[in-house]
Design a protein around this ligand. Structure first.
Ligand SMILES: [Ca+2]
Length: 432
């Protein structure tokens, strides 16, 4: 739900609802927070425990939060999210690459009995649960390395609540910090080594402390909801989130890629922004009657027919030209899990590929499509050989990799930029 890689940074930011204010506040992120400033902020938060959404004694907050330290990685991650542009085609290429599809299929195969029970109890498809697992932590190992208490408090101090947020539970960053303290108070996480993402999400499915408090489930039967060590607990907790916050319609797809009738295409012409018209929801049969068609894997148009005739509405990630979709209420449910449209489509596409389905048919409006993680890894190894020894090849397009790309593009006489795709990576790595 909130993470540390370049994709995850973006997802975390969206989850925090900070995108709108990020640009305006970026200036305040230019310097690390001084230790005394952090202490003063923690003291101020201590005086606000009566604003917590769930009870928290000031003494408990002071005792536990008093041990927290400012972590500058939180500021640096926030800064990247405000300055580093990202693209749908890059992120989908990495998050739904063949390696992740294969790894996901292996998890599905080895855990069928547990996933049978999760499907039955929560009414959520196993591919969706395992896609979340794959994207959040690469199926377990990438749970984050920042102490959660430090992350939650640093974030609350770097992103202070508006003075108008005086209702209980009214400010998400503050609430996350309070929840992190309560989770420690209630001994629901390890006292040593409780680590997660820069945005305070932790465990195999990256729950923020407040969601964890409300939704964590014990599913391996030891009586303890443990999303850090237990796969069944982490999966059931993710499924429980989807069930409680929106629910799932089994049999309804998250999205259907569509062909829009030519005479209706004008209003979707490219704006560079996503177009999501949730107030236009109507049954698929009515879209079909209006001339909209599903796009099959071979690019042919098919009638819009799904059992139960679910309601759907238009969603165009980048406008036209570009892929166009009708999305269902299942899309909205995933959006409540992580408030990022891109995250939702990543989960849905990865789930579909794991089930044997195909990628989007309509090309993205770029002549330089995104790289898989294996390709990013190869590029990083090449950059290390070129002398960029600060880069650790991990398949993730982070800030250092982008810094090196910027320099290498200039050296090769390519137009300035901090990204490469399938076409430019070949130009870059060509022997000169
Ligand atoms: Ca358990």
């Amino acid at each position: 739900m909130a993470h540390s890689s370049s994709f995850r940074v973006r997802a975390g930011l969206a989850a925090l609802g900070l995108l709108a204010v990020a640009a305006a506040q970026a200036a305040s992120l230019n310097e690390p927070m001084a230790p005394e400033e952090f202490s003063a902020c923690v003291q101020q938060l201590a005086g606000q425990t009566d604003l917590a959404g769930r009870p928290l004694a000031r003494a408990d907050f002071e005792r536990i939060a008093g041990t927290a330290q400012y972590d500058d990685r939180v500021r640096q991650s926030l800064l990247v999210t405000t300055t580093e542009p990202t693209f749908w085609w890059d992120e989908l290429a990495a998050t739904t690459d063949e390696d992740r599809v294969e790894a996901g299929r292996a998890v599905l195969a080895r855990s069928a009995p547990t996933l049978d029970r999760i499907e039955a109890q929560f009414g959520v498809p196993r591919e969706i649960v395992i896609a979340i697992y794959g994207i959040e932590t690469n199926f377990g190992p990438a749970q984050g390395k920042i102490p959660v208490l430090n992350a939650a408090l640093s974030l609350a101090c770097l992103r202070p609540c508006p003075e108008t947020a005086t209702a209980r539970g009214s400010c998400s960053a503050r609430e996350r910090a309070f929840a992190a303290v309560r989770v420690v108070r209630d001994k629901r996480v390890p006292t040593e080594g409780w680590q997660g993402s820069w945005a305070g999400a932790f465990g195999r499915t990256q729950f923020e402390p407040d969601s964890f408090e409300q939704l964590a489930v014990d599913f391996d039967g030891d009586g303890i909801p443990d999303i850090i060590h237990s796969e069944p607990d982490a999966w059931a907790t993710a499924a429980n989130h989807l069930k409680q916050r929106g629910g799932w319609t089994m049999g309804a797809p998250v999205y259907i890629e569509v062909a829009i009738p030519p005479e209706q295409r004008a209003e979707f012409a490219a704006t560079g922004k996503s177009i999501r018209l949730s107030d236009r929801a109507k049954p698929l049969s009515q879209w079909n009657a209006a001339g909209w068609r599903a796009l099959a894997g071979d690019g042919t148009s098919q009638p819009l027919q799904v059992a139960g005739d679910p309601e759907a509405y238009p969603f165009l990630p980048v406008g036209l030209p570009g892929p166009a979709f009708l999305v269902t209420r299942n899309f909205d449910t995933l959006l409540r899990y992580n408030r990022s449209e891109r995250y939702v489509m990543e989960v849905a596409l990865l789930a579909r590929k794991m089930a044997g389905g195909h990628d989007f048919v309509t090309p993205w409006p770029t002549d330089d499509p995104g790289l898989t993680r294996a390709q990013v890894h190869e590029l990083q190894a090449w950059l290390v050989q070129k002398g960029y020894t600060e880069i650790v090849p991990d398949g993730v397009m982070g800030r250092r990799t982008r810094d090196a790309i910027e320099k290498e593009r200039a050296a090769k006489g390519l137009p300035p930029g901090r990204r490469v795709g399938q076409r430019t990576v070949r130009l870059l790595m060509q022997p000169s």
